[in-house]
Design a protein around this ligand. Structure first.
Ligand code: DC
Length: 195
């Protein structure tokens, strides 16, 4: 089974997807980490990307921490708008998820990578709430996070290649004011209905 979790940055995708995978006993795929690592590569299309035990490797080097910097966020958003990069990432993601049960999070899992996913969730939260969460995570000022987030959101939503939209058949969940446990329970129920 595939549980696809898409939505904008800061909607809580990573936390929710990881916790849902744990609750269901599924494997977890963070596709954003792949775009982030690709953004650090000299050649994002040919880059050798590996995800293992929660670590991310680019051409053999561990870039798990480096991909979370603001610079890496910016570069990821830029390479993610390149159709050739997207094609390479989608192909890799389909191979990774070809065996077993997965919770995959990103922007285009339900629309492009795995439109056949049994469960599709579109996670949202208010822009202020999303910026507040990111700022707390990074230990930086919320105003600058909100500014950067607005620019990246706009780029992710309006790019020609796989813009961020809710997939057909997806369930929209607004996580503003909800606990992680609430959200995970909702998704687990959706998955249970397909088991
Ligand atoms: O979820 P994240 O912030 O780690 O994603 C990093 C960037 O990659 C962000 O600009 C959106 C983009 N991305 C994408 O275009 N498609 C995905 N499936 C995952 C991430």
């Amino acid at each position: 089974m595939i549980v696809a979790i898409d939505g904008p940055a800061g909607a809580g995708k990573s936390t929710v997807a990881r916790a849902t995978a744990r609750a269901l006993g599924f494997q977890y795929l963070d596709t954003g980490a792949m775009y982030r690592a690709a953004g650090l590569a000299d050649d994002p299309v040919a880059a050798d990307l590996r995800l293992a035990d929660g670590r991310v490797f680019l051409d053999g080097a561990d870039v798990t921490e480096e991909i979370r910097t603001p610079t890496a966020s910016e570069r990821a958003s830029v390479v993610a708008a390149d159709p050739a990069v997207r094609e390479a990432m989608v192909a890799k993601q389909r191979v990774i998820m070809s065996l077993g049960d997965w919770v995959a999070e990103g922007r285009d899992i339900g629309t492009v990578v795995a439109p056949q996913a049994e469960v599709k969730v579109f996670l949202t939260a208010s822009p202020q709430e999303r910026a507040r969460r990111r700022a707390a995570e990074l230990g930086v000022d919320v105003t600058s996070v909100l500014q950067d987030q607005t620019i990246r959101d706009e780029r992710d939503r309006t790019r020609a290649a796989s813009p961020l939209v809710a997939a057909e058949g997806s369930v929209e969940l607004d996580t503003t004011g909800l606990t992680i446990d609430d959200v995970v329970a909702r998704i687990a129920t959706l998955a249970g209905a397909h088991a």
